[in-house]
Design a protein around this ligand. Structure first.
Ligand code: F6P
Length: 362
C-alpha cells in the first residue's frame, strides 16, 4: 500500500483517554501500514493557523501516552471555523483556511476525536473540502449516538462514584444529606451510573422530571429504614422544579450548567429536617489518568479507525456496540445526542433498588 499521510486532531472538551487513542492511531499507522502521522494542535485551529501548527509523531513520541490525562494536542470548544469568534464579538467563516491547511500538509485523511458537536462541524468541513474523515467518539457525557461508550466516560464515572464513596462516611458521621452535582451537559449518563454504583438514594437526571415531595419522601423512607443520612446525585443539566435551567456565567458572559445542587439544597431545607451539604465535582471528572476501561476503548477505537482508512471506508465513526468495535456513517452521529433511556436497564435497576429517580420521562 502506498505511503499515506494522516492527520489527527482532538476537538471539544478534553477528557481522559484522548492520548491513549492518539497513541493507538500512531502505532497502527506506523507499525501496520508504514504511514506518517501528523498531529494538529488545538482542534481545527492547527490547520487554520499560518504557519500550520502541527507536529509529526513517531513511536517514541507516543511511548508515555497510554496513561496520560488531557490531550497533548490541545483542544478548543468554541472555535467553529464556520463562525469563528472575533475579538470585536462578531464571527467570520474560516473554513477555507482549514481546507487549505489540510492540502498544504499533503494529508490523505483525517482522524477526528470529538463529541457529537465537533463531529457535526468537522463533517461539514470535510464535506466542503472533500476530506476523507474517520471520527472517534469522546466525551465524559457519553451522549454520542450509536455507541455504548465514548472515550472519557468510564473515567468520569469512576471519579463520580468514588466521590460518593468518600461522601458516604462523612454523611453518616454528621447525619447529613449530601448532594453531589456531576457533569453531563443535557444528559444524565454519569449521574445515573455513578448513583447506582455509589449507592445513592436519589438520582436526578434531565431525562426524568422530579418533585421536591418525591425527594423528601425517599429521604423520609431512608430514615424509616434506620439510616440517618442520605446521598443525592444530580446531573448538572437538571432543571428547577418549574423548568428553569441553572447556569453559571463564565468569562465573556458564557453560560455553563452549574448550581442545581445548591438550588436543591435550599429547597430541601424547607421540606426535610436535615443538614445538607453540596459538592460540585466539576472538571475533576475530566482530568487525571484514564481508567482501564477507557484505555481499552481508546486503544481499540484508534486501531480500528486506522484500519477503516486503510480499507478506504471513510466518513465513518467508530463505535462500541455489544462488546465489539464497529463503525457507523458519520451523518448518523453528527449533531445527534444520545440521552438516557428512562425505561432502559439502568433506570429500571435504580427503581428496583428503591432509588428515587423522578416521576415522568421528560
Ligand atoms: O461536554 C463535556 C463537559 O464537561 C460537560 O459535561 C460540561 O457541561 C462542559 O463540558 C463544561 O465545559 P467547559 O470545560 O467549557 O467548562
Amino acid at each position: 500500500m502506498a505511503e499515506k499521510r494522516i492527520g489527527i486532531l482532538t476537538s471539544g472538551g478534553d477528557c481522559a483517554g484522548l492520548n491513549a487513542a492518539l497513541r493507538a492511531v500512531v502505532h497502527r499507522a506506523i507499525r501496520g501500514y508504514g504511514w506518517r502521522v501528523f498531529g494538529i494542535r488545538d482542534g481545527s485551529l492547527g490547520l487554520m493557523n499560518r504557519p500550520l501548527d502541527v507536529c509529526e509523531f513517531d513511536l517514541g513520541a507516543v511511548s508515555d501516552m497510554l496513561r496520560q490525562g488531557g490531550t497533548v494536542l490541545g483542544t478548543i470548544n468554541k472555535g467553529d471555523p464556520f463562525a469563528y469568534p472575533q475579538p470585536d464579538g462578531t464571527t467570520c467563516d474560516r473554513s477555507g483556511e482549514f481546507v487549505a491547511g489540510y492540502k498544504e500538509l499533503g494529508l490523505d485523511a483525517l482522524v477526528v476525536i470529538g463529541g457529537d458537536g465537533s463531529m457535526r462541524i468537522l463533517n461539514r468541513l470535510c464535506k466542503q473540502g472533500g476530506i476523507p474523515m474517520v471520527g472517534i467518539p469522546k466525551t465524559i457525557d457519553n451522549d454520542v449516538a450509536h455507541t455504548d461508550y465514548a472515550i472519557g466516560y468510564m473515567t468520569a464515572l469512576t471519579v463520580a462514584s468514588e466521590a460518593l464513596d468518600r461522601l458516604a462516611p462523612t454523611a453518616a458521621s454528621h447525619h447529613r444529606v449530601m448532594i453531589l452535582e456531576v457533569m453531563g451537559r443535557d444528559v444524565g449518563h454519569i449521574a445515573l451510573s455513578a448513583g447506582i454504583a455509589g449507592g445513592a438514594d436519589v438520582i436526578l437526571i434531565p431525562e426524568i422530571s422530579y418533585s421536591m415531595a418525591g425527594i423528601a419522601a425517599r429521604i423520609a423512607e431512608v430514615r424509616h429504614e434506620g439510616r440517618n443520612h442520605a446521598l443525592v446525585v444530580v446531573a448538572e443539566g437538571v432543571k428547577t422544579e418549574n423548568g428553569q435551567p441553572v447556569t453559571t456565567l463564565h468569562q465573556g458572559g458564557e453560560a455553563r450548567y452549574g448550581g442545581i445542587g445548591q438550588y436543591l439544597a435550599e429547597r430541601l431545607a424547607e421540606t426535610v429536617a436535615a443538614e445538607t451539604r453540596v459538592t460540585v465535582l466539576g472538571h475533576v471528572q475530566r482530568g487525571g489518568m484514564p481508567s482501564m476501561q477507557d484505555r481499552l476503548i481508546a486503544s481499540a477505537f484508534g486501531v480500528y479507525a486506522v484500519d477503516l482508512i486503510a480499507q478506504g471506508r471513510t466518513d465513518r465513526v467508530v463505535a462500541w456496540q455489544h462488546g465489539q468495535v464497529t463503525d457507523i456513517p458519520l451523518g448518523e452521529v453528527a449533531g445527534v445526542t444520545r440521552a438516557v433511556d428512562p425505561f432502559g436497564t439502568l433506570a429500571n435497576t435504580a427503581r428496583g433498588l428503591g432509588i428515587y429517580i423522578g416521576d415522568h420521562a421528560v
